[in-house]
Design a protein around this ligand. Structure first.
Ligand SMILES: C[S@@+](CC[C@H](N)C(=O)[O-])C[C@H]1O[C@@H](n2cnc3c(N)ncnc32)[C@H](O)[C@@H]1O
Length: 277
């Protein structure tokens, strides 16, 4: 069987599912074999590996870390958009960030976007800072650390280049004019946003030791991929990084209900955040 085969054997699928679970904490649905095949085929093409069977043989040999990384990257779902869910951003600007600054009694802020994908979320935050905390932005008091498991997404985040389709998703036109420069068919973030965002690859299931203490963690639309046990481990390690005055924010459809994590749930208008207990 060659590169065109449309299915994986049960044991190959289980092998790939285990690899992705062990390396990234990501639980792939057993009934989505077709999706796994499509994503593996892309890696076969990108790395010129010939066939899917060759890719599987390399993976099983454990010799090629680069192939393992590429497969892990390919299995991530990177859907994102600017100002996702809308309401958290004005609430951050008007209530949550002012509350953090007043509780801390200092005028510096460290935000961690823990599943930043291609960067729309950290750049939305950078726009909020420019618009509502201009002095802090000017004086370089705000640092947004953007991390993701996917190195290809982190490269995109660093580049800050978005297609016209991407900027049509969630980005108000006045912000497009103010903070992006057209370049061919794309739009590129201006330096005033880029300089605030420090993008790096980081696996949430691994060590967080490279990160500083943070005031706000955006952990949005990523917990859904993990088992309850992995969620609890990640949340407990994040708690050790969060300053006592800080907050954790999840995606609009996510909550910590039933996870017994020791975080305290707090509502600011429609926006729910969690304080380390
Ligand atoms: C659906 S996107 C969410 C992006 C953004 N936070 C948002 O809400 O629009 C989920 C991101 O989580 C990342 N991810 C998945 N597993 C991860 C892990 N173990 N460590 C870090 N990032 C991970 C994926 O690469 C992907 O970019």
């Amino acid at each position: 069987m060659g590169a065109s085969r449309a299915d994986l054997s049960a044991s190959d699928l289980e092998f790939v599912r285990k690899l992705i679970r062990d390396r990234g904490g990501i639980e792939l649905d057993a009934d989505k074999g077709y999706l796994v095949v499509a994503r593996l085929q892309k890696v076969v093409t990108t790395l010129s590996l010939g066939t899917l069977d060759q890719l599987l043989a390399e993976l099983r040999s454990g010799r090629r870390r680069d192939i393992e990384e590429a497969v892990l990257d390919a299995m991530t779902t990177n859907e994102t958009l600017f100002f996702r869910d809308s309401h958290p951003f004005p609430t951050l600007a008007e209530k949550i960030i002012p509350q953090i600054l007043s509780d801390k009694g200092t005028d510096d802020l460290t935000i961690w976007c823990a599943a930043a994908s291609s960067g729309q979320e950290p750049y939305s935050l950078a726009i909020v800072i420019q618009e509502h905390f201009a002095r802090l932005a000017r004086e370089g008091k705000v640092r947004i650390i953007a991390t993701d498991l996917s190195s290809s997404m982190i490269e995109r985040c660093r580049e800050g280049r978005y297609s016209s389709f991407e900027v049509s998703r969630g980005l108000p036109p006045e912000y497009l004019d103010r903070y992006f420069v057209p370049d061919g068919n794309d739009y590129v973030v201006k330096e005033c946003l880029r300089s605030m965002v420090d993008a790096r690859t980081l696996n949430l299931t691994g060590s967080l030791a490279s990160l500083p203490r943070v005031d706000l963690v955006m952990l949005r639309n990523v917990l859904i991929y993990f088992s309850a046990e992995t969620k609890k481990e990640i949340l407990s390690r994040i708690r050790t990084l969060l300053r006592p005055e800080g907050y954790l924010m999840l995606g609009g459809a996510e909550s910590l209900v039933g996870l017994d994590t020791g975080y305290e749930r707090i509502s600011f208008d429609r926006t729910v955040v969690y304080r380390p207990g």
